[in-house]
Write a new protein. Structure first.
Length: 385
């Protein structure tokens, strides 16, 4: 059991390092633009091309690499991250740095997708959800805590040091994997047999529900800093502290989500978009008041952590015989939801105003709720608790 726990904690570190590398760029785009002497929209390619690369890779590569020894695959993935983040730190050529981002984006779903699969396989079935939620905790920490850490290094020490932070944290995970991670054989399974799982109506409805849920969340979350600064007038250190508290409650929400999905999965999935919609209604109504808004944002973080578990759970349980494929699809669909939500949110802000992003999110969340209900209806023999 200790060996299993150690493997899970190493995968938590690995997912944290990789997601920090992906999402950390969001907080340092001005420094990227200045370093390479490019426009801010060109700097945005470091984020958008990574998302596209990982979305495409997630459809294929986790499944193809699933047949190989897990330790070797994890070692290769982390080594790629170490090498190409180091190259990014020392190059002054924008296109070389961009190519490095695209290369590592292809390996993000391989590591993260297979780590979720391994987390569910190395423990007894009744403990699988808790084990997976711990790895997702690493994903959330990388997404939320990795951003301010990277921004700190870039702001005070420059772009190169921010890149070397990525190199360091991935190197740490690489060393832990090489030295301490157990050798776990892969599973030989044909691509066709796993992809056939995607033909079921349950799987299709589940994928659509996941896209809509993440779209509804990121339609607003992508612009939460803008909302807090322009509407609530929370700025500077206060803004940093509030977003950090959001991150802490989100990580706690991962743990809560794992427990709830283990005991009452369908009720948890149905109630989560409803609770998030209530938070968004409240933010729309009281967004100009500092204290109520701060409290609501903290509770939003808790729900966001639960959502991270739901996204993975809902797709993997729709294709239980194809875990590598399902986890890859989960990462791809989550990225698609982020992209769609961010785009819709931008249009709403330009045409209606910042506060109206929450109403847009509610509409999308209600669509996800309908799709979740449809999935449950398609499982008449399932325990609808």
């Amino acid at each position: 059991m200790k060996r299993q726990s150690l493997a899970i904690y190493i995968m938590m570190l690995g997912t944290f390092s990789i997601l920090s590398t992906e999402m950390g760029m969001i907080g340092i785009l001005p420094q990227v633009a200045h370093y390479f002497n490019i426009t801010i929209d060109q700097a945005g390619l470091f984020v958008s091309l990574f998302a596209i690369g990982s979305a495409v890779s997630g459809l294929i590569l986790p499944l193809l690499f699933g047949r190989y020894n897990r330790k070797k695959v994890f070692t290769l993935s982390l080594l790629i991250f170490v090498i190409f983040t180091a190259v990014s730190a020392f190059t002054t050529d924008f296109y070389i740095a961009l190519l490095c981002r695209v290369i590592i984006s292809l390996f993000m779903p391989i590591y993260c997708g297979l780590s979720l699969t391994v987390a569910g396989e190395i423990v007894p079935k009744e403990e699988a959800r808790d084990s997976i939620s711990k790895v997702i905790m690493g994903v959330s920490a990388g997404m939320i805590i990795g951003v301010p850490i990277t921004a700190y290094f870039a702001s005070y020490f420059g772009y190169e040091i921010a890149m070397l932070w990525f190199t360091f944290v991935n190197l740490l995970a690489l060393v832990a994997t090489v030295v301490l991670f157990p050798s776990i054989p892969g599973k030989e399974q044909s691509y066709g047999s796993q992809v056939s799982e995607a033909k079921s109506m349950i799987f299709i409805v589940s994928v659509l529900g996941v896209i809509m849920l993440n779209c509804g969340q990121f339609l607003s979350y992508s612009y939460v800093s803008e909302f807090l600064q322009s509407v609530t007038h929370i700025i500077n250190l206060d803004l940093t502290i509030l977003l950090f508290l959001y991150g802490i409650t989100s990580i706690f929400g991962n743990w809560v989500g794992g427990k709830l999905l283990s005991s009452r999965p369908h009720i948890t999935v149905i109630l989560t978009p409803i609770f998030l919609s209530l938070i968004f209604v409240s933010l729309f109504l009281v967004g100009s008041s500092t204290i109520p808004t701060g409290i609501l944002v903290i509770f939003w973080g808790l729900i966001a952590g639960i959502i991270n578990n739901i996204l993975q759970f809902w797709i993997v349980t729709a294709a239980p015989k194809a875990p590598e494929f399902a986890n890859g699809i989960f990462l791809s669909m989550a990225n698609i939801g982020v992209t769609i939500g961010t785009s819709i949110g931008g249009v709403i802000i330009v045409n209606q105003g910042t506060s109206f992003i929450f109403l847009g999110s509610i509409v999308v969340l209600m669509i996800s709720l309908i799709l979740f209900g449809a999935r449950i209806k398609l499982e008449p023999s399932a325990d609808n608790s």
